[in-house]
Design a binder for this molecule. Structure first.
Ligand SMILES: [Zn+2]
Length: 188
């Protein structure tokens, strides 16, 4: 790694600690022209830009702190230490905590609209739930009004449960329509 490459890596680490998101970090580096080093380029003729995965790999790669990896332990290698170890370690902690958040929230992603729906009867939030039909063992997912769930149907005019698949498909379809409209508007 030469000094120009080290500059890119240093900026990448610093920006990551500011923006805390790899995707935003990648966009920012591309905008500033701080691109991946030539050795990491593909054969693409339009020149390599940072991708989210490519940048995450760089941020994790311990070679940039002048260390070599031997198993899980890090020893000082022969490379000149081009990156500040404290900055590097902060970035590692951040990457690890973000991965943990994704793992934690990943378990509930089957409820696409969790936290986004409001009861049209009373304005309270809809919460996800599910029930399993005894006769066939099939699981049904739904959203229901939290007010109605807690205080009973007298407190809300919203009907019973909202089947989650129906409402999710409806919302996704609408978002796709809006996105298509935006693209159309940009072309015109
Ligand atoms: Zn309600």
């Amino acid at each position: 790694m030469n000094e120009a490459e080290a500059h890119v890596v240093r900026e990448a680490l610093a920006l990551f600690l500011t923006h805390r998101q790899v995707a935003i970090n990648a966009r920012e580096l591309n905008l500033r022209g701080l691109l991946p080093s030539a050795s990491k380029c593909t054969n693409s003729t339009r020149g390599a830009l940072w991708t989210k995965d490519g940048l995450a790999y760089l941020l994790k790669s311990p070679i940039h702190v002048g260390n070599r990896v031997y198993g899980i332990e890090l020893f000082d290698g022969e490379r000149k230490r081009l990156i500040d170890i404290v900055t590097y370690q902060q970035a590692q902690n951040l990457l690890a905590s973000r991965a943990q958040v994704l793992r934690n929230t990943g378990t509930r992603t089957e409820y696409l609209l969790q936290g986004l729906l409001c009861s049209y009867g009373c304005g309270a939030s809809f919460t996800p739930g599910s029930t399993t039909k005894a006769s066939n063992g099939k699981r049904y997912r739904f959203y229901s009004c939290s007010m109605r769930d807690t205080y009973g149907r007298a407190h809300c005019t919203t009907g019973n449960l909202l089947p989650s698949r129906t409402i999710e498909e409806c919302v996704v379809e609408r978002i796709a329509e809006v996105a298509a409209d935006c693209q159309l508007a940009q072309r015109v």
